[in-house]
Design a protein around this ligand. Sequence first.
Ligand SMILES: *[C@@H]1O[C@H](CO)[C@@H](O)[C@H](O)[C@H]1NC(C)=O
Ligand SMILES: *[C@@H]1O[C@H](CO)[C@@H](O)[C@H](O)[C@H]1NC(C)=O
Length: 299
Amino acid sequence: MPLLLLLPLLWAGALAMDKLCPLPCVCQNLSESLSTLCAHRGLLFVPPNVDRRTVELRLADNFIQALGPPDFRNMTGLVDLTLSRNAITRIGARSFGDLESLRSLHLDGNRLVELGSSSLRGPVNLQHLILSGNQLGRIAPGAFDDFLDSLEDLDVSYNNLRQVPWAGIGSMPALHTLNLDHNLIDALPPGVFAQLSQLSRLDLTSNRLATLAPDPLFSRGRDAEASPSPLVLSFSGNPLHCNCELLWLRRLARPDDLETCASPPTLAGRYFWAVPEGEFSCEPPLIAGTRGSLEVLFQ
Ligand SMILES: *[C@@H]1O[C@H](CO)[C@@H](O)[C@H](O)[C@H]1NC(C)=O
Ligand SMILES: *[C@@H]1O[C@H](CO)[C@@H](O)[C@H](O)[C@H]1NC(C)=O
């Protein structure tokens, strides 16, 4: 019964580090790197006596409501921090200020409504940032600035965002996965993805996009073999207005996607990739129309 033999050993290990291991947690010093495992322990705040040398800190599935700078102070070797599914509404300025080694930060399934420009300051080597399933309505323009160069994976899906820090996101050279799905985004700045040469997954599903401006990124998915990083792009669940402005996209021919047109009325509900190119039209203005009738024509 290997498990029964192993458990007392783990327990003894935890006891040996008694003073440094917060009471409800389990601490393991395996291959000389310390893990502090405190998931599902009913915690109301980050335990103050976590060993500052910890490399992995798991705090998921607790009831933590706020984070502040003392919580992770001096944890300069921390690589992995998991705070998923707590009740976090507030992240104090520079709460992660000492986490220079942090590579992965999970904050999904909390109750964040806003991220200020100093909420995420500090983790200059961050690679994975997961913010999905909060109630974020605003992310300050500079919020991601400390890890623009290192970030590979950004997930802000399932929030209430109309805007994201586009300038920052557009200058993340290492970014390869970007999840923006299930938000309220109604416009993309033209060319915002142009510099993201590593991007291989972009999810824009279920937003409020009526149109997409031409971006060189989108044509990358077409030539899967020729391109170093073919793009997997999803934008179904957007109210696409299928007129001449989207003709460029229709011409990319990606028959495996499920997008539909929401307007104009003649194309509503039609499968985007099945509408013949000729029907993506913008009516030329009619001569001698009054202002009112022109507006009708362009709707
Ligand atoms: C973990 O174990 C190594 C030796 O195996 C030791 O040098 C190190 O100090 C220990 N770390 C902690 C935090 O106890
Ligand atoms: C952090 O490190 C500084 C300098 O070594 C020390 O004075 C301070 O008490 C430490 N704080 C915590 C919370 O460990």
